[in-house]
Design a protein around this ligand. Structure first.
Ligand code: 13P
Length: 332
């Protein structure tokens, strides 16, 4: 169930004389598919913000939070808006990607109460961005380099992603860590660059089965969160997203039980509190990832500290992705 708080006004498109709301996770300039490219104020109240002026942490659209944390300690109740992102990994050619987003657009173009994001491979970002322009579906990349430019064969910078109207970037996915040797300090550098470039990082953490069996889950998560998010200001922490993805659940068909997932999320939120304060930690959205399917999504998303999902395999099929997105709206 989405929270009661009404979504704040987002950027608007005036194409065809109809005012439509555009996805504005970071406000700024958005490409309307037809009609003029316009700038609109976002909820940070910056009048006609330049892209550079609207920084994560300005309480822009990501701070439209809808899931209640049930805080009863005198703080204002903080609501977190759920977010479902499809991590396509190395799947879909450009034409397949376009067909896919055309298909989900029919159901999700105007969806409210949940942020929906697709993260295609780099090659399909531009084409997918063109199809979803002017809809509520956001665009994310699966990785980026921390440097602005230079001799980094095969790498892509934050600026390159921003120019394609990417607003999100997955950082520190377990496949990047295990297959490409990414370290916590790489993750930290990328997170800082992403935030400085107006990209919202989705920072992934999670333990292997061996680590879980050895009772090391909490120490692994602690290291990944504390090193990955080292020296990030509270104001910026608030706008990033973390994803708890137990590695043993990724692509295996074995999902964490709702209790196991909730325990991981609660622990991560506690770590975030230790690095900031209660209010900040309660603002940060934590997605669950690992064999989420339409059949198990609802139960997972009902957990108090689970604010949506980072979906792999099931995000490649339009019907199952749409069903997962819709299940978050019923989950409460
Ligand atoms: P699966 O949903 O295929 O298990 O993948 C999860 C994941 O790695 C998302 O980033």
């Amino acid at each position: 169930m989405p929270g009661k708080q009404a979504p704040a006004k987002r950027g608007a498109s005036h194409a065809d004389g109809v005012v439509k709301f555009l996805p504005a996770p970071l406000c700024g300039v958005y490409p309307a598919k037809e009609g003029p490219v316009i700038q609109e104020p976002c909820s940070c109240n910056a009048a006609k913000p330049a892209r550079a002026a609207c920084r994560p942490g300005n309480d822009c659209a990501p701070a439209i939070l809808q899931k209640s944390n049930g805080l009863e300690n005198g703080l204002n109740t903080i609501m977190r808006k759920p977010i479902i992102a499809g991590n396509w990994k190395m799947n879909k050619t450009v034409s397949e990607a376009v067909d896919f987003v055309e298909a989900i657009k029919r159901d999700l173009a105007d969806i409210k109460g949940v942020d929906v994001v697709v993260c295609p491979p780099f090659t399909a970002l531009q084409a997918v961005g063109n199809v979803i322009a002017g809809t509520a579906i956001g665009l994310g990349a699966q990785n980026m380099h921390w440097e602005k430019s230079g001799a980094f064969t095969g790498a892509v910078s934050a600026g390159m992603l921003r120019e394609l109207y990417c607003h999100y970037v997955i950082i520190g996915h377990s496949e990047r860590r295990s297959l490409f040797g990414e370290t916590d300090s790489d993750v930290n550098r990328k997170v800082k660059t992403a935030l400085a470039s107006n990209l919202l990082p989705i920072v992934c953490v999670g333990e292997t089965l061996k680590q879980r069996k050895a009772g090391k889950t909490e120490s692994v998560l602690k290291t990944q969160i504390e090193k990955g998010l080292k020296n990030i200001e509270k104001k910026e922490l608030k706008s990033l997203i973390t994803a708890y993805e137990p590695i043993w659940a990724i692509g295996t068909g074995v999902t964490a039980t709702p209790d196991q997932a909730q325990q991981g999320h609660q622990f991560i939120r506690g770590l975030l509190k230790g690095m900031s304060d209660e209010k900040t930690s309660q603002s940060i959205r934590i997605q669950y990832g690992g064999s989420v399917k339409p059949e198990n999504a609802g139960e997972l998303f009902q957990q108090p500290d689970i604010d949506g999902g980072l979906i792999g395999g099931a995000s490649l099929d339009a019907d199952s992705f749409v069903r997962i997105v819709k299940s978050v709206l019923c989950a409460g």
